[in-house]
Design a protein around this ligand. Structure first.
Ligand code: NAP
Length: 225
């Protein structure tokens, strides 16, 4: 049993928290409006769930999932995340979520933004490719032939192993894409982002499982920029 904290408890954070509670983990949720606004969500999740401020959540988790709109990345607390394993779900979608000046200026690419903000955290990119409604549809017991793999990337082997164990407990295989810099291979606009969509690319259709082999073929279609 692990305590998973969430900085951001919206669509993807909420879906991951439900899977985590179902897997027997404790969760600590936070958002921008404060713990009071999460009362109903926490009640629905049951006794394993608690709400806190972002700073408290950051300090409480064995693992911390940062899952805010990317434009809010500067509000992610730095100090309590020093030396912590952080899962980064963030995608850069300026049309829908607004622009980030540093990214537009080319100072830092979107897939490295959170690690640049949290230089002393062990950031692992994961779950950035799964549409939130598809998460519960795709989760499977270990060994199921149609168990989906999710790509992970990070610069610290131990942190990636910790995240892979969490991913396994949530019903997925972790597929190691390499260092964080390689996560551009599953960024928005790449074939791997569409891995679990039906052939017409419809988000409203049921998710299509993608195994590690499926994912490898999609990732191979992207090389270094
Ligand atoms: N939606 C998906 O299927 C999906 C899939 C993969 C990756 N992603 C990525 O994951 C991230 C989250 O996406 P989402 O769709 O879950 O977003 P969302 O539904 O809009 O939820 C965002 C959450 O972040 C919180 N938040 C915003 N600013 C914050 C701050 N300064 N401090 C703490 N919490 C803050 C929001 O709290 P309030 O409501 O209180 O403001 C909300 O709980 C995005 O970067 C997105 O690109 C999304």
């Amino acid at each position: 049993m692990t305590t998973i904290s969430f900085i951001g408890s919206g669509r993807i954070g909420g879906a991951l928290a439900r899977l985590a509670v179902a897997a027997g983990h404790d969760v600590v949720l936070s958002n921008s409006r404060g713990p009071q606004s999460l009362r109903e969500t926490v009640t629905r999740l049951g006794s394993r769930a608690h709400a806190a401020s972002s700073t408290e959540a950051a300090a409480a988790g064995d693992l911390v999932v940062v899952t805010v709109p990317i434009r809010a990345y500067r509000q992610v607390p730095v100090e309590p995340l020093r030396g912590r394993v952080v899962i980064d779900t963030l995608n850069y979608d300026p049309a829908r979520q607004g622009t980030v000046p540093e990214i537009e200026a080319g100072t830092v690419p979107p897939h490295l933004l959170l690690q640049a903000h949290l230089p002393d955290a062990y950031v692992v990119k994961a779950f950035s490719t799964v549409f939130f409604r598809h998460l519960p549809q795709l989760a499977r017991q270990a060994g199921a032939p149609d168990r989906s793999a999710v790509p992970v990337a990070g610069d610290h082997a131990a942190a990636k192993a910790t995240v892979a164990a969490l991913i396994d407990s949530l019903g997925f295989d972790a597929y190691d894409v390499g260092p964080l810099a390689e996560s551009h291979r599953f960024a928005p606009g790449t074939p791997a982002q569409l891995a679990y969509l039906d052939p017409d690319g419809m988000f409203t259709a049921p998710a299509r499982p993608a195994t590690a082999a499926d994912l490898a073929a999609l990732l191979d279609r992207v090389t270094r920029p």
